[in-house]
Design a protein around this ligand. Structure first.
Ligand code: NAD
Length: 388
């Protein structure tokens, strides 16, 4: 490993830089084309002597180079990792791929839904069948920037994260590198479809938003009354998460005979596997959320409408990312597979109305669904996932 490049300038990207540099002992560059982030990162790193992670993880490292120009940082990279909200994947890939070395690996952390459909199409357009793709099922950390370009706080670390590769046969090598890079266990998912269905952010984020706010009457609240996002989940509304998880399992059951989808775990099993001892009471799905110490302190997304008055922020990534690049992708797959999805339909319908989109109707094509990339049947979906 000569060097890797991390794309992005947010919480996850600023965590991965010191973690990867420390664990791999290689040069790490940052590609940060968004707004003035490259300048701000350089300034922060200069003041603090590097990027530092504190809290549940500790590491500090100085990126070798930070640039908003892909020509300055992408060439010479063995691995390029996108640590970005999924809506920025396609534009970033289009900027990065022309500068990749022969045989480089490019991945997304996390992949969310349908990353492989979008990325494979761009590779095909640019005639780059030498490039290996990979994706992680989630970000390994809950992390928040403390001081931009200087310090990131890691609130929690998952025990295990699943990853998939394309071609799928590369997963052994990819998982080995990711384990060394991240310092945690990587579970191999057999293909990209498994990763898309196993994306638990698509269930947890829109599901809890629905549980908190579907019955909201429009009245702003004081700062002290903003509900804790995870720990504030009410027991009687936990059915939303159970319903979404069951529907993913029914999609899995319909596709499984043809493909290995064993990485698509029920939500409670995923929580226990990911967080282990951080969960004080693992007896029910609801208790596993509200007693998970890794979720402590995280509030529901709100925006201030007048001094000291807050309303839910329906534009936050919990809906804006996790529906079109998550739940609506799985819903599109369910439609092909003939799975019935009443809970998904309810949550997507409600979230879409908040976002001004009809993802079950006229705006379905805006989701990163297989149909958007020319995969129209279960047979095509399975053939794509199994392609070498
Ligand atoms: P973030 O909100 O901190 O990332 C924002 C960054 O993304 C920006 O700083 C910019 O670099 C880039 N970006 C945003 N819009 C862009 C655009 N239009 N074009 C190009 N770049 C753009 O996000 P994060 O917290 O680092 O999360 C990254 C991913 O990890 C997301 O998918 C998120 O849902 C997921 N995730 C985050 C956490 C966490 O604790 N931070 C936990 C689990 C999953």
């Amino acid at each position: 490993m000569r060097k890797m490049t991390i794309c992005g300038g947010g919480n996850g990207a600023q965590t991965l830089v010191p973690v990867a540099a420390h664990n791999l002992g290689c040069h790490v560059d940052i590609y940060a084309p968004f707004a003035d982030e490259a300048d701000r990162l350089r300034a922060g790193v200069a003041v603090h002597g590097g990027l530092e992670v504190t809290g549940a993880l500790q590491a500090k490292a100085r990126p070798r180079r930070v640039s908003a120009d892909p020509a300055e940082v992408i060439p010479g990279s063995d691995v390029v990792v996108l640590v970005l909200p999924a809506f920025a994947h396609e534009s970033t890939l289009r900027q990065v791929i022309p500068f990749l070395d022969e045989g480089a690996w490019v991945g997304a952390m996390p992949a969310r839904g349908g990353f492989d459909y979008a990325a494979a199409r761009i590779l095909r357009e640019q005639d780059r069948d030498d490039v290996t793709l990979f994706g992680l099922q989630t970000l390994p950390w809950a992390c928040r920037i403390g001081e931009y370009g200087q310090v990131v706080h890691v609130l929690g670390v998952k025990n295990t994260v699943d990853a998939a590769a394309r071609p799928a046969s590369q997963i052994g090598q990819v998982a080995g590198l990711l384990e060394r890079m991240l310092g945690l266990s990587i579970g191999p998912a057999a293909n990209g479809l498994a990763l898309t269905l196993a994306n638990t952010g698509q269930l947890i984020h829109p599901g809890i938003m629905y549980a908190h706010f579907a019955a909201w009457d429009g009245t702003p609240c004081a700062a002290g009354d903003v509900p804790p996002f995870y720990h504030g989940l009410s027991e009687e509304r936990a059915w939303v998460l159970a319903g979404l998880s069951d529907e993913i399992q029914s999609i899995r059951a319909r596709l499984e005979p043809a493909l290995d989808l064993s990485a698509v775990r029920p939500l409670k099993a995923w929580l226990l596997r990911s967080y282990g001892d951080a969960i004080v009471d693992p007896s029910t799905l609801w208790s596993a959320f509200v007693t998970n110490r890794a979720y402590a302190g995280l509030k529901a997304p709100v925006r201030q409408v007048s001094p000291g008055q807050f309303v839910p922020d329906f534009g936050a990534r919990y809906l804006a990312e996790d529906v079109p690049l998550g739940l609506a992708v799985s819903r599109a797959i369910a439609g092909m597979a003939g799975a019935v999805t009443p809970t998904m339909d309810r949550v997507i319908g409600w979230a879409g109305a908040r976002l001004g989109k009809d993802y079950l109707g006229q705006d379905a094509g805006e989701a990163r669904s297989p149909q958007r990339y020319g995969l129209e049947s279960v047979e095509q979906l399975i053939a794509f996932a199994a392609e070498e």
